[in-house]
Design a protein around this ligand. Structure first.
Ligand code: CA
Ligand code: CA
Ligand code: CA
Length: 156
Protein backbone atom coordinates (compact mmCIF):
# COMPACT_ATOMS: atom_id res chain seq x y z
CA UNK A 1 0.00 0.00 0.00
CA UNK A 2 1.34 3.41 -0.95
CA UNK A 3 1.99 6.18 1.53
CA UNK A 4 -0.98 8.18 0.30
CA UNK A 5 -3.38 5.20 0.62
CA UNK A 6 -2.14 4.60 4.16
CA UNK A 7 -2.92 8.19 5.08
CA UNK A 8 -6.39 7.95 3.54
CA UNK A 9 -7.05 4.66 5.36
CA UNK A 10 -5.88 6.18 8.64
CA UNK A 11 -8.14 9.20 8.18
CA UNK A 12 -11.05 6.94 7.30
CA UNK A 13 -10.53 4.84 10.45
CA UNK A 14 -10.24 7.97 12.57
CA UNK A 15 -13.54 9.31 11.15
CA UNK A 16 -15.32 6.04 11.85
CA UNK A 17 -14.04 6.02 15.43
CA UNK A 18 -15.18 9.63 15.94
CA UNK A 19 -18.54 8.83 14.38
CA UNK A 20 -19.04 5.79 16.65
CA UNK A 21 -18.06 7.89 19.64
CA UNK A 22 -20.58 10.57 18.76
CA UNK A 23 -23.40 8.15 17.99
CA UNK A 24 -23.06 6.07 21.14
CA UNK A 25 -25.24 6.68 24.17
CA UNK A 26 -28.22 8.94 24.49
CA UNK A 27 -28.01 9.63 28.21
CA UNK A 28 -25.52 12.24 29.30
CA UNK A 29 -24.18 13.64 32.52
CA UNK A 30 -25.51 17.06 31.65
CA UNK A 31 -25.01 19.34 34.64
CA UNK A 32 -22.96 19.20 37.83
CA UNK A 33 -23.36 21.36 40.95
CA UNK A 34 -20.42 20.43 43.18
CA UNK A 35 -20.34 23.66 45.18
CA UNK A 36 -23.83 24.97 45.97
CA UNK A 37 -24.21 28.32 47.72
CA UNK A 38 -23.59 27.97 51.46
CA UNK A 39 -21.14 26.33 53.83
CA UNK A 40 -21.13 22.56 53.32
CA UNK A 41 -19.17 22.10 56.54
CA UNK A 42 -21.83 23.69 58.75
CA UNK A 43 -23.44 21.53 61.44
CA UNK A 44 -26.56 19.74 60.13
CA UNK A 45 -26.35 21.45 56.81
CA UNK A 46 -29.32 21.09 54.50
CA UNK A 47 -27.18 21.86 51.46
CA UNK A 48 -27.10 19.21 48.77
CA UNK A 49 -24.79 18.88 45.84
CA UNK A 50 -26.32 17.29 42.75
CA UNK A 51 -25.87 16.24 39.20
CA UNK A 52 -28.33 16.01 36.34
CA UNK A 53 -28.62 13.42 33.61
CA UNK A 54 -30.25 14.22 30.28
CA UNK A 55 -31.82 11.86 27.74
CA UNK A 56 -31.51 13.44 24.30
CA UNK A 57 -33.55 10.74 22.59
CA UNK A 58 -37.36 10.66 22.51
CA UNK A 59 -37.52 7.14 24.01
CA UNK A 60 -37.53 6.43 27.74
CA UNK A 61 -34.39 4.78 29.11
CA UNK A 62 -34.31 2.45 32.12
CA UNK A 63 -31.34 3.67 34.17
CA UNK A 64 -31.92 1.41 37.19
CA UNK A 65 -28.65 -0.18 38.26
CA UNK A 66 -26.53 2.32 36.36
CA UNK A 67 -23.61 3.81 38.31
CA UNK A 68 -21.86 7.11 38.74
CA UNK A 69 -18.22 7.16 39.74
CA UNK A 70 -16.15 10.21 40.56
CA UNK A 71 -12.55 11.35 40.55
CA UNK A 72 -11.91 10.49 44.19
CA UNK A 73 -13.19 6.94 43.97
CA UNK A 74 -16.76 7.46 45.14
CA UNK A 75 -19.51 5.48 43.49
CA UNK A 76 -23.27 5.38 43.65
CA UNK A 77 -25.86 3.22 41.96
CA UNK A 78 -29.10 4.58 40.57
CA UNK A 79 -32.08 2.81 42.20
CA UNK A 80 -33.80 -0.06 40.37
CA UNK A 81 -36.88 1.13 38.51
CA UNK A 82 -35.48 4.59 37.77
CA UNK A 83 -36.46 5.76 34.31
CA UNK A 84 -35.37 8.86 32.46
CA UNK A 85 -38.14 9.93 30.11
CA UNK A 86 -37.46 10.85 26.51
CA UNK A 87 -35.98 14.35 26.17
CA UNK A 88 -36.13 14.72 29.95
CA UNK A 89 -33.84 15.14 32.93
CA UNK A 90 -33.08 13.12 36.05
CA UNK A 91 -31.49 14.82 39.06
CA UNK A 92 -29.62 12.99 41.82
CA UNK A 93 -28.91 14.77 45.09
CA UNK A 94 -25.78 13.80 46.96
CA UNK A 95 -24.49 14.82 50.34
CA UNK A 96 -22.33 17.93 50.40
CA UNK A 97 -18.77 17.28 49.33
CA UNK A 98 -19.62 13.94 47.74
CA UNK A 99 -18.62 15.64 44.51
CA UNK A 100 -15.04 16.93 44.40
CA UNK A 101 -15.04 20.71 44.04
CA UNK A 102 -11.85 20.71 42.02
CA UNK A 103 -10.76 18.50 39.14
CA UNK A 104 -13.92 16.44 39.30
CA UNK A 105 -14.68 13.93 36.55
CA UNK A 106 -17.93 11.98 36.68
CA UNK A 107 -18.30 8.75 34.74
CA UNK A 108 -21.66 7.13 34.01
CA UNK A 109 -21.81 3.39 33.38
CA UNK A 110 -24.83 1.30 32.47
CA UNK A 111 -26.03 -1.80 34.35
CA UNK A 112 -23.56 -4.02 32.46
CA UNK A 113 -20.63 -1.78 33.45
CA UNK A 114 -20.18 -0.19 30.03
CA UNK A 115 -19.23 3.47 30.08
CA UNK A 116 -22.04 5.65 28.76
CA UNK A 117 -20.66 9.13 29.33
CA UNK A 118 -18.05 11.13 31.19
CA UNK A 119 -17.67 14.79 32.01
CA UNK A 120 -14.78 17.10 31.25
CA UNK A 121 -12.52 17.93 34.20
CA UNK A 122 -14.68 20.31 36.24
CA UNK A 123 -13.74 22.68 39.07
CA UNK A 124 -16.28 24.76 40.98
CA UNK A 125 -14.58 26.85 43.60
CA UNK A 126 -17.25 29.54 43.54
CA UNK A 127 -19.67 29.17 46.39
CA UNK A 128 -22.76 30.16 44.42
CA UNK A 129 -25.54 28.96 42.13
CA UNK A 130 -23.41 28.67 39.06
CA UNK A 131 -22.93 25.12 37.84
CA UNK A 132 -21.16 23.31 35.00
CA UNK A 133 -23.50 22.31 32.21
CA UNK A 134 -23.32 20.96 28.71
CA UNK A 135 -24.45 23.83 26.53
CA UNK A 136 -26.70 23.26 24.74
CA UNK A 137 -28.04 20.29 26.74
CA UNK A 138 -26.54 17.00 25.63
CA UNK A 139 -23.76 18.62 23.58
CA UNK A 140 -20.97 16.05 23.35
CA UNK A 141 -18.06 16.56 21.02
CA UNK A 142 -15.60 15.13 23.57
CA UNK A 143 -14.24 18.63 24.08
CA UNK A 144 -14.03 20.83 27.16
CA UNK A 145 -15.88 23.40 25.02
CA UNK A 146 -19.03 21.30 25.49
CA UNK A 147 -19.17 22.65 29.06
CA UNK A 148 -20.05 26.10 30.34
CA UNK A 149 -20.25 27.54 33.86
CA UNK A 150 -23.75 29.01 33.97
CA UNK A 151 -26.58 29.82 36.36
CA UNK A 152 -27.85 26.40 37.39
CA UNK A 153 -30.77 24.85 35.50
CA UNK A 154 -31.56 21.95 37.79
CA UNK A 155 -33.98 19.50 36.18
CA UNK A 156 -34.48 21.49 33.00
CA1 CA B 1 -21.93 26.21 42.35
CA1 CA C 1 -20.64 25.80 49.03
CA1 CA D 1 -29.88 21.62 33.47
Amino acid sequence: MGFRSSIILALLCASIIIWLGAAQGMVFINEVEANPAGDESAFKTTITAWFELYNNDDKDVDIGGWSINNSVGRSMTIPQGAVIRGLDYYVMDVRPKWLAQSDEILVLTDASGTEVDRTAVLSDEEDNEMAWTRDPDGRDTNSTDDWKFLASSRGF
